[in-house]
Design a binder for this molecule. Structure first.
Ligand SMILES: [Zn+2]
Length: 86
């Protein structure tokens, strides 16, 4: 995780924030996430949320996930990013 800002060098970092998105058709908060799917549609999709760390001085944002191993496993199985549905 970011312990020093890559932009300004500041060391007071606000870590481990959940990142939400507000859906327009529902009145609920949803975690911003990545979705990987099996191109053959045999396996369940892998949904992985983002976390953010933000520099307390300049506001530089770094996104990361706590589930990198799950993401890598899905990638190695040939899973690909979900296409948008619009
Ligand atoms: Zn900074």
């Amino acid at each position: 995780m970011m312990t020093q800002c890559l932009e300004c060098g500041y060391t007071e970092i606000i870590p481990d924030l959940n990142v939400f998105t507000k859906l327009t058709t529902q009145n609920t908060d949803e975690i911003l996430y990545m979705a990987l799917e099996d191109p053959a549609h045999k396996g369940a999709p892998v949904l992985i949320g983002f976390r953010a760390a933000i520099c307390g001085d300049c506001g530089h944002v770094e996104f990361y996930t706590r589930r990198a191993a799950d993401l890598q496993d899905a990638h190695k199985k040939g899973y690909v990013t979900r296409k948008t549905v619009s």
